[in-house]
Design a protein around this ligand. Sequence first.
Ligand SMILES: NC(=O)c1ccc[n+]([C@@H]2O[C@H](COP(=O)([O-])OP(=O)(O)OC[C@H]3O[C@@H](n4cnc5c(N)ncnc54)[C@H](O)[C@@H]3O)[C@@H](O)[C@H]2O)c1
Length: 255
Amino acid sequence: MNARFTGQTALVTGAAGGIGSAIARALAAEGARVGLIDFDAQAGGRLEASLRAQGRDACFAQADVSRFDACQAAYDLIARTLGEPGILVNNVGISPKTAGRALKVWEMPPQEWDRVVSVNLNSAFYLTRLASPGMVRERRGRIINMSSVAGKAYCDIVAAHYAATKAGLIGLTRHWAAELGEYEVTVNAIAPGRISTPLLKTVPQEINDAVTRVTAMRRLGTPEEVADACLFFASDEARFVTGQVLDVAGGWLMT
Ligand SMILES: NC(=O)c1ccc[n+]([C@@H]2O[C@H](COP(=O)([O-])OP(=O)(O)OC[C@H]3O[C@@H](n4cnc5c(N)ncnc54)[C@H](O)[C@@H]3O)[C@@H](O)[C@H]2O)c1
């Protein structure tokens, strides 16, 4: 078996979701110890148990990543249990809709705006703030931010808060790549297109079908296809790749 991550600790946020769990499983399958952070205690606990049953080292920490103190407690538990992570995947993200529809600016409750910014964007800062000192000290690190094609091109399926946070993650990717490069820490982003996960169920099926029709590959992506790109950025093969955004979108939008 190809085990590119033996001896390394990885931390994945939103780890119990469609893409997060595929990334956690793929990293674990290649030898990484995986720290799992998610709001959903049941799904997170199940993932931890299933990885352990396969003989993998995994540690689940329940946390609401929109709060720094919760991120700190989860990070500390994982670092104590598995060692400080050299791979950080800022994967968590939400895209709220109301009755299957993205709200316009004049309809948007400020609380919803704040929630999306804190879950999608602030959490990436919180976890990177916590994990980067260890990476700088070790002079090795991989940070992968989960953006979206909706952070690069206008997409009417999502609301402005989602697009703004996903564009913000690209800004953070470039800025942190510049700050951390001299310490051999790379920072890259993935921009998935339409990927078959529970998040897609926030909109009616016709909308997903319409995307499929204008996607070059005429299908939705799978979480495993996003995980493959993530593992590339996390690997040694990508050691001189930093500040980049990779679309994993089957040719949708081609941003
Ligand atoms: N599915 C897609 O088509 C798609 C496209 C582009 C980008 N993305 C991005 O990929 C990432 C993963 O998406 P997914 O499709 O797997 O979504 P998902 O809904 O399947 O998973 C999201 C996970 O995040 C967790 N979560 C939500 N709020 C949290 C909080 N406050 N604290 C801790 N955990 C929290 C949820 O419990 C869930 O397990 C997101 O950043 C999303 O924006 C997804």
